[in-house]
Design a protein around this ligand. Sequence first.
Ligand code: FBP
Ligand code: MN
Length: 617
Amino acid sequence: MDIKNKFLKVLAEKYPTRQAACREIINLNAILNLPKGTEHFMSDLHGEYEAFYHIVNNCSGVIREKIRYLFDDKLSELEQQELCTLIYYPKEKLQLLENQKALSDDWYRMTLYQLIEIAKLLSSKYTRSKVRKAMPADFSYIIDELLHVQKDEDDNQVHYHLKIMDTILMIHNGDEFLIALADLIKRLAVDHLHIIGDIYDRGTSADKIMDLLMAHHSIDIQWGNHDVLWMGAACGNPVCAAQVIQSNLKYQNPSILENEYGICLRELVIFAQKTYRESDPMKASFQAMTVILFKLEGSLLKDHPEYGMADRLLLEYINPDMGDFSKDGKTYNMRQTDFPTLDESNPYQLTLKEDEIMENLRLDFLHSSRLKEHMTFLYEKGSVYKVYNQNLLYHGCVPLDDQGNFDIIELYGKKYKGKDYFDYVDSMIRKAWNGNKNAIDFMWFLWGSIKSPLTGRRIRTFERTWLLDSTAWDEEKNPYYSFYKDEKTCNMILRDFGLYSDQSHIINGHTPVRAKDGELPIRANGKLIVIDGGFCRRYHDTTGIAGYTLIYNSHGLRLKAHQPFESVQKAITENLDIDSDSVIVEEEKQRVMVKDTDIGQQIQEDLNDLTELLKLY
Ligand SMILES: O=P(O)(O)OC[C@H]1O[C@](O)(COP(=O)(O)O)[C@@H](O)[C@@H]1O
Ligand SMILES: [Mn+2]
């Protein structure tokens, strides 16, 4: 038997009769002709758990739009807003309403009815089976019934549904039912979530974001430079670990290290207080860790001349006695002038104590079970880039040369560019997780190099931390960031990744969009979209808004520009939502259906096989 017949024989086991095959063909064809599910794109979450949690709950403003669409002439602005909050935070809002004695059977009846209307609207573009699978198991039968009211002559169905509602209320199951409906609504509003990198650093609670992402029904992640830094630390790279600790100390956020990931700073704090003049323990620890960081960085870069980052060997230019820094005939004053552990004849050597402290910290990263859980998830759902429904997603850049051509990167006797380079980097990141020493070291290159697809900048932590003269802080950017405004460049990149369609876009994170200076997130005649979510509070002054998220549904692409978020507490008590303006990036001439998507392609292949099988029956 040839391979094809063998395959059909296996398929025949699944569809043993002509009718079984026919039924599947009809079902699959039906699915192909439904509108595509909604994709949401977010990036640069930077540990801002509350703002992220809110955007996930309000589905980038989509819930608000649906409520307006259904109830604008029936409910006041305030009532609509209350209903929104109830969907976003059902448990908390119910508690609040109960405290205010605002709950009654009539309220439940009216509210549950409204929620069912919203769920009906959102479920209309999915198959009944898919919607049912999305329902919380305890209520799936009842919700399924209620979503499919059919009017008959005597209104029997309506009567039947009223009875269902009465029973729910009689046995005081209204809260659970309401929560189940609110969850279903949010689940249906976003079919798939893309996170285009930088979950970690700056904000306080990246770990809580990770917990939330792990509970999401459908998600992919493109690693950002900050994520890869944490991944490097979790793989056992001491330089990555030192950088993670240094920047979290800078942001006065030792809690994520100590309380969430069990990385114990005690030894470091005691050592720093004993060794440095600074009296504040956190500041002293920051100074001690910064010195350790640049010593480790120097040693690693000396081991790896192939990274081309020797310009980062900077400790040797410090004059510890003068407390200044001289290089290339220029002398700079320094923010830190106390260097008790720096040996001028051997500046990159850790002292015995520094080495002992750092080794213990490195082991803490390596052995933290919560970190392992989160990193395993990042590895499973993540990659350097993703091609999804004809779009290309990545965090940083595709390295280009000064002429705007793909830069050729030579590593270990091989040359890479474009997609091949991305694939190489992806494989190195995975090797690091499997303990390959060279790959573990490489994680530092990916954090700091102008040729790293995740970073694309010459990272200058040394200058930014220590030199007072801010003209030395500028981080040169990869030429990509000037050429990516050209449609030609974007098309060149897309083609390299096998994307030739007019509907293809590059979706990029990493760079805050300065909306207040009139900067737009859309580049290259619409071919490239930068969607830094701008969750990071520290950047709000520079950008003027909180940032952007992107929505791709069957009608096209829409950007949502979000105003800054106050707090979950205020959202619940005062119904404060994030105000979001919608900008249409591209409207599809024809509605995009499942048949036009990646899943549609798979279904079409299944259909072809089934049609072959049918011929044999
Ligand atoms: O603004 P901070 O937190 O001081 O960090 C500055 C550093 O972060 C970076 O901006 C990288 O972070 P992003 O990827 O979020 O831009 C570096 O370029 C820079 O050295
Ligand atoms: Mn970034």
